[in-house]
Design a protein around this ligand. Structure first.
Ligand SMILES: Cc1cc2nc3c(=O)[nH]c(=O)nc-3n(C[C@H](O)[C@H](O)[C@H](O)COP(=O)(O)OP(=O)(O)OC[C@H]3O[C@@H](n4cnc5c(N)ncnc54)[C@H](O)[C@@H]3O)c2cc1C
Length: 381
């Protein structure tokens, strides 16, 4: 890690394990990152690393007493620099299972969390639908009570890990409210199909719930508490997207700096030309300022995730917007060598882009941030 900031020694082993894991997949990372289906050697490597244990409380096989947002950020930064496929698999273990950790019954926790901690069960969070993205209150998936059973109907779209996950933490309307349900992947009536391929391939799929019969015990928490638990998930994991953005920026800057230090034009290395130096120095400035904000915010989120969701949104906005600027500048400094399909820099260029859309599109985050500004600067609360 090239950063200047001191990290608490309790994270040393997490950082070492992540570096070892990233190195172990380097040889096939390019191929894995072009795959829209689960790439088995990446999963095997994740399992072997033990890092999924960061995603559940220690009581159920986890590494820390609760999921630690700074630890997750540090890991994602390192994994994302090498492989987005690996980063995504790691992140989804937490994103898909966190509602179980905070709201699940004892038997749901005992059944799933130890498996998640070993990456033996793969997790997914199913919120988005064909007609509902940013506005999740517009979902149409619903449960209807029939005697002692609940019947789940509807569709989900662009769900990470769909088709490979072992269970789907699923948002559905229930009477006048919204609830989360734990839907095992082998439930009768649950169909999966691939989503359209995106510019940076990702394991993504569509779900169709054709009258899936669930017991009452499949609900996560009380009826009507879905958004509380979705917010709890975002409080811990939104900041980790900023961590992944740091990984993309670090990788792009490394590629561009190496290139510009050795390639000469007009009898001197590119990096000695003022405009090129400016592109690279501004990128470094974007990276390091994003890094400070991300680590600082992740530390605050570690203390109190819910209280710091607005700050996590700010850090996610800052780091993902910076990542897109940085990769664009880095591509520019490399001239035609920045445009080669299948090169690392071209991969980062594509991988940075979706980060400004998922886990809160930048514009939606800005609205929330602006509301927080009114509270802070106008209402004085
Ligand atoms: C790689 C990837 C992985 C994903 N994984 C998952 C997953 O695992 N689970 C899941 O449930 N979903 C997942 N999604 C879906 C993702 O959560 C949605 O794409 C996201 O919520 C945005 O919704 P949308 O794409 O429908 O865009 P829309 O909601 O249609 O918004 C389009 C654009 O309009 C603007 N906009 C929308 N609302 C506002 C507003 N109120 N104010 C200002 N501007 C606004 C924003 O610029 C936004 O980008 C994934 C998406 C991608 C790309």
């Amino acid at each position: 890690m090239a950063g200047i900031m001191e990290i608490d020694s309790k994270y040393e082993s997490v950082i070492e394990d992540s570096k070892r894991l990233a190195k172990s997949v380097e040889a096939f990372a390019m191929e894995a990152d072009e795959s829209s289906e689960l790439y088995q050697p990446i999963l095997e490597a994740l399992r072997g690393s033990g890092l999924s244990a960061l995603m559940v409380p220690s009581e159920y096989g986890g590494r820390f007493s609760m999921v630690d947002p700074l630890a997750v950020c540090l890991v994602r930064e390192i994994l994302m620099k090498t492989s987005s496929h690996l980063d995504s698999l790691f992140a989804l273990q937490g994103i898909g299972s966190y509602a179980i950790s905070v709201a699940g019954s004892e038997s749901q926790k005992e059944e799933w969390l130890p498996l998640v901690s070993k990456a033996e069960a793969l997790a997914a969070l199913a919120l988005t639908e064909p007609r509902a993205g940013s506005d999740l209150k517009g979902i149409e998936t619903s449960v209807e009570r029939k005697g002692a059973e609940l019947i789940l109907r509807g569709e989900k779209s662009f769900i990470s890990n769909a088709g490979s996950a072992s269970f789907y933490t699923t948002l559905a309307k229930e009477e006048d409210g919204y609830s989360l349900f734990l839907v095992p992947a082998d439930s009768d009536g649950l169909e999966t199909s691939p989503s359209p391929e995106i510019i940076a391939p990702h394991v993504l799929g569509e779900l169709r719930f054709n009258d899936v019969v669930l017991p009452e015990s499949a609900r996560l928490g009380e009826p009507g508490t879905a958004f509380r638990n979705v917010l709890a998930t975002l409080s811990v994991f939104r900041i980790s997207v900023a961590g992944a953005a740091l990984g993309v920026m670090t990788g792009a800057i490394e590629e561009a700096t190496k290139h510009c230090a050795q390639r000469e034009q007009f009898s001197r290395p590119l990096i000695k030309h003022g405009p090129v130096a400016t592109l690279l120095a501004d990128s470094w400035s974007d990276l390091e300022s994003s890094r400070y904000l991300t680590y600082q915010t992740a530390s605050l989120a570690t203390e109190d995730p819910a209280k710091n969701l607005d700050k996590s949104s700010l850090a996610k906005l800052t780091a993902t917007e910076a990542a897109c600027r940085v990769v664009d500048r880095c591509v520019q400094t490399m001239g035609r060598w920045g445009l080669i399909r299948g090169s690392k820099i071209e991969k980062y260029y594509r991988q940075a882009r979706p980060m400004r859309v998922y886990e809160g599109a930048s514009e939606v985050l800005r609205l929330g941030i602006a509301n927080g500004m009114v509270k802070e600067f106008v209402d004085g609360s």
